[in-house]
Design a binder for this molecule. Structure first.
Ligand SMILES: [Cu+2]
Length: 265
C-alpha cells in the first residue's frame, strides 16, 4: 500500500505540471514560436509537459551516471563485487515509465482526436500537393467545388480567411514530404499514393512560412511556401484575382522562364 502511494505523489506532480505556466518557465531557447491556431495552446501544453518529464528524467539519469562513475572508480586494493541486479529496482523503472506513457496517452487522447481525426464541418476545402521542391495549392473556383475546371492552383501561396477552419487534403507527386506550419502547430507527412486530411485555422491575420520537414532531395532546403491569413473580404479579393490568371507552371519551368524574362528585359 505504501509503495503504491509512493508512485502516486510523483505522478500527481507530473500531471499538475501540465499547466501552461511551465511552458512560460522554459528558457527562451526552448520556447516555441508564438502559436496562432485555435489548438496551438493545447499542443504546447502537452509538448511542455513531455519536455519537463523527459528533462527531469534526463537530469536524474545523467547525475546518477556521473555519481556512480565517481563513487565506484578504480582504487588500489578495492575488489570488484559481482551483482546480479536488483529485481525491485528493475520493476520500478519499468512500471514508472509505462505509467507515465499511459497517463500521457490518456491526457492527449482528446486533443489528438479533435486535431487529427475529426475534421470541422463547414470548413474551407483545399488540396495541397507536394513535389520536388514546391507546394501546389488548389482552391475551389467560382463554382465553390474542388476538382472542377475552374479550380485555382497557386504555387507556394496558401491564403485563407482568419477565424475559418481549413481542411486540406495532402498528397505528394514524387517522394515523401512533410507539410509544416510551425506557428500553427501543423506537421503532417505527404506520402505518394496517399491522401491525408488535416485541418487548421488562424486566430489572427498575418504572414508566415510553410516548410517541408522531410528531407526530400537536394532542393529540400528551398522547399518553402508562404501563408497569408487575411480578412474574409481580402481573401475573396485575392481569390478573384487568382481566378483571372493561368495555372502557374512547374517550378523548374518557372525558374527557366524567369531567367529568360530577365535576359529579355
Ligand atoms: Cu519536401
Amino acid at each position: 500500500m505504501r509503495r503504491r502511494r509512493a508512485f502516486r505523489t510523483p505522478l500527481l506532480v507530473l500531471v499538475l505540471a501540465a499547466s501552461p505556466a511551465l511552458a512560460r518557465a522554459l528558457p527562451f531557447w526552448l520556447r516555441l514560436p508564438e502559436g496562432v491556431s485555435s489548438y496551438s495552446g493545447r499542443v504546447d501544453g502537452l509538448f511542455s509537459l513531455i519536455l519537463w518529464i523527459t528533462g527531469i528524467i534526463f537530469v536524474i539519469v545523467e547525475f546518477l551516471l556521473l555519481f556512480f562513475l565517481f563513487r565506484y572508480r578504480h582504487r588500489d586494493g578495492r575488489r570488484a563485487l559481482y551483482t546480479h541486479g536488483n529485481n525491485r529496482v528493475e520493476v520500478v523503472w519499468t512500471i514508472v515509465p509505462a505509467v507515465i506513457c499511459v497517463v500521457l496517452a490518456l491526457l492527449s487522447r482528446r486533443s489528438w482526436a479533435e486535431i487529427k481525426q475529426q475534421m470541422p464541418k463547414d470548413a474551407m476545402q483545399i488540396e495541397i500537393t507536394g513535389e520536388q521542391f514546391a507546394w501546389n495549392i488548389r482552391y475551389a473556383g467560382p463554382d465553390g467545388k474542388l476538382g472542377t475546371a475552374d479550380d485555382i492552383v497557386t504555387l507556394n501561396q496558401l491564403h485563407f480567411p482568419v477565424g475559418r477552419p481549413v481542411v486540406a487534403t495532402l498528397r505528394s507527386k514524387d517522394v515523401i514530404h512533410s507539410f509544416f506550419l510551425p506557428e500553427f502547430r501543423v506537421k503532417q507527412d505527404a506520402v505518394p499514393g496517399m491522401s491525408t486530411r488535416i485541418w487548421f485555422d488562424s486566430m489572427r491575420v498575418g504572414h508566415w512560412e510553410i516548410a517541408c520537414a522531410e528531407l526530400c532531395g537536394l532542393g529540400h532546403y528551398r522547399m518553402k511556401g508562404f501563408v497569408t491569413v487575411e480578412t474574409p473580404e481580402e481573401y475573396e479579393k485575392w481569390l478573384a484575382e487568382q481566378a483571372g490568371q493561368p495555372v502557374p507552371p512547374a517550378p523548374a519551368v518557372e525558374a527557366a522562364s524567369a531567367a529568360q524574362e530577365k535576359q529579355g528585359s
